[in-house]
Design a protein around this ligand. Structure first.
Ligand code: SAH
Ligand code: SF4
Ligand code: F3S
Length: 442
C-alpha cells in the first residue's frame, strides 16, 4: 500500500469554518489523505479563509507568501484556498498569488477530491459554484474515530438579511436549512463517538426551518426539543442568532429545556436606531432590549453575549453614546467588538467613512466598558455551583479544564475527573481568564 499523503489545514474566521475544515479533511480522507499539524511535511496545504473584515482577508495573502520556500523545494506540494475569500475573490487569488493551485468556495468543498486530482495533473483548479446537490449528503467519508466531548454541527447556512456592512450573504449564499432527520443522524453519530455537547451552527441559526419528519418545516425550537431526546447528549448550544428570528418557542425552550445551556449570543451591532436603520438591521435598540427582557424572564440567569461594530459610516458621537447606553442597559457577560471595515461590493462601502482615529478611540471606550461587564459577570460566579463539562488536562499536574454552563473556562485539580465528564463544581476563585473550582460529590 502506498503511504498516505498529508494534508495541512489552517482555519480562519468563524466556527462554521472550523466545521467545514473537519468536513474537508474527511472528504480528503477518502482520497488517501491524513491530517498533519505542520505545513513542512504536507503534500497539500489548504487555507480555509474568512472575508468578514479587510484584515482577515489580507492575512491570507501574507500566509500564502510564506509557503513560497516550501513550494520551491517541493514543486509537488499543492496549495489550496477554501472558504469565504475563495468565494469572494475566486480566480483573482491565483492571479495575485501564482503558487495557488486550487480555489474552492464554501458551497462546493465536497468536490475537493476532484479538484485535487485536477491540480495533480498540473492544471489550476477552481470551483466557486453554488451547486444544486447538497454538499452535506455527498460527504460520506465519516470516519468512526473517537471525538472530544464538544462538537459543532452546521444546521443552517447562508443569509438573506443583507446587513449593509456584511459580505456573508455573498460568500455563503442564500439561507438554507438541513432536514431534521439528517441533523439528528449526525448528532447521534457524534454522541456515539464521545461527544457530550453540540453547538448548532448557522449564520442565522435561529432562522432554521428544516424539513421535519412530518414533511412540515421545523423551527430551531422544534429541533432543540428533538435533540433533547438524544440519549447521551448532555448539552445543546446554538450560534449565531439574529434578534428578529428569536421566536417565543425558542425563548421558552431556554426556560424549559434543561439541556439548552444558559448562554445566548445575540448580536445587536449598534444602539442607535439611526445607524441600525442605515445598517439595514430591521430592529431597533428598544425592540432588542424588550427581547432581552423576555429572554431573561424565561431564563433569569442567562449570560448574554453580543457583537458590536463601531465607526459604521456616518456614526456620530451621539450614535456611539447610544451604543454605550444599550450596553449599560443589557449588561453583557461576553462580547465581540470590531471597527467597521469597508467591504467591497456592500452598500455601506459607498458611504461617508468615519476617520480611522475616531474608530480606534471609540473601540477603546467600548471595549473598556464591555471588559468591565465581562469581568463582573465572571467574578459573580465565585461561590456559585455550576455544571462543568471537562474537556482536557490542564497545564498543572492533576488539573482538568472545561467549560461551565455559562461558557466560562473552569479548571479544577482533581485526579478522579476524566475528559467528557460532566460535574457539579463550586467556583472558588476568578482568575484573569478562567475560574477555579472544586468538584462537588455526585
Ligand atoms: N450572522 C451573524 C454574524 C456574522 S459576522 C449575525 O448576523 O450577527 C460576525 C460579526 O462580524 C458580525 O456580527 C459583525 O459584528 C462583524 N462584522 C461583519 N461585517 C463587518 C464589517 N464589515 N466590519 C466590521 N465588523 C463586521
Ligand atoms: Fe451578515 Fe447581517 Fe446576515 Fe449576520 S444577519 S450574516 S451580519 S448580513
Ligand atoms: Fe468569515 Fe465566512 Fe465565517 S466571512 S465569519 S468565515 S461566514
Amino acid at each position: 500500500m502506498s503511504e498516505a499523503k498529508k494534508l495541512y489545514i489552517k482555519t480562519y474566521g468563524c466556527q462554521m469554518n472550523v466545521y467545514d475544515s473537519e468536513r474537508m479533511a474527511e472528504a480528503m480522507g477518502g482520497a488517501g489523505y491524513v491530517k498533519t499539524d505542520s505545513p513542512d511535511d504536507a503534500d497539500m496545504i489548504l487555507l480555509n479563509t474568512c472575508h468578514i473584515r479587510e484584515k482577515a482577508a489580507e492575512k491570507v495573502y501574507s500566509e500564502l507568501g510564506r509557503f513560497k520556500g516550501l513550494k520551491d523545494a517541493r514543486p509537488d506540494l499543492k496549495i489550496g484556498v477554501a472558504g469565504c475569500v475563495a468565494q469572494a475573490e475566486g480566480e483573482e487569488i491565483m492571479r495575485r498569488q501564482p503558487l495557488v493551485d486550487l480555489v474552492v468556495g464554501p458551497q462546493s468543498y465536497h468536490r475537493l477530491p476532484e479538484l485535487e486530482a485536477k491540480a495533480r495533473t498540473g492544471k489550476k483548479a477552481l470551483d466557486t459554484d453554488f451547486p444544486l446537490e447538497d454538499k452535506f449528503d455527498t460527504l460520506r467519508h465519516r470516519p468512526k474515530a473517537k471525538r472530544g466531548p464538544t462538537a459543532f454541527l452546521t444546521v443552517q447556512e447562508g443569509c438573506d438579511k443583507f446587513c449593509a456592512f456584511c459580505v456573508v450573504p455573498y460568500t455563503r449564499g442564500a439561507e438554507f436549512s438541513r432536514p431534521v432527520d439528517r441533523v439528528i443522524e449526525e448528532a447521534r453519530d457524534l454522541v456515539d463517538r464521545g461527544v457530550r455537547e453540540i453547538t448548532l451552527l448557522g449564520q442565522n441559526v435561529n432562522a432554521y426551518h428544516g424539513q421535519g419528519p412530518d414533511g412540515r418545516d421545523w423551527s430551531l425550537a422544534d429541533l432543540v426539543w428533538a435533540l433533547d431526546e438524544v440519549d447521551g447528549l448532555e448539552r445543546i448550544r446554538f450560534t449565531t442568532s439574529h434578534p428578529n428570528d428569536m421566536d417565543d418557542a425558542l425563548i421558552a425552550a431556554h426556560g424549559d429545556c434543561a439541556k439548552l445551556m444558559p448562554y445566548l449570543h445575540l448580536p445587536v451591532q449598534s444602539g442607535s436606531d439611526r445607524i441600525l436603520k442605515r445598517m439595514n438591521r430591521s430592529h431597533t435598540a428598544e425592540s432588542y432590549l424588550r427581547l432581552i427582557e423576555k429572554i431573561r424572564a424565561a431564563r433569569p440567569d442567562i449570560l448574554m453575549s453580543g457583537d458590536f461594530i463601531v465607526g459604521f459610516p456616518e456614526e456620530t458621537e451621539q450614535d456611539f453614546q447610544d451604543t454605550l447606553d444599550l450596553i449599560e442597559a443589557v449588561n453583557y457577560g461576553y462580547a465581540f467588538s470590531f471597527k467597521y471595515s469597508t467591504r467591497p461590493g456592500t452598500p455601506a462601502a459607498e458611504r461617508d467613512q468615519v476617520d480611522e482615529d475616531v474608530k480606534s478611540e471609540r473601540l477603546q471606550r467600548l471595549q473598556a466598558l464591555l471588559t468591565r461587564q465581562q469581568r463582573a459577570a465572571q467574578d459573580a460566579m465565585v461561590g456559585r455551583e455550576v455544571g462543568v463539562l471537562f474537556e482536557k488536562a490542564g497545564r498543572l499536574p492533576g488539573q482538568m479544564v472545561g467549560k461551565s454552563d455559562y461558557l466560562h473556562a473552569v479548571h479544577v485539580t482533581d485526579p478522579t475527573i476524566e475528559p467528557g465528564q460532566l460535574a457539579r463544581v463550586e467556583i472558588v476563585e476568578s482568575g484573569s481568564n478562567s475560574l477555579a473550582g472544586r468538584c462537588l460529590p455526585r
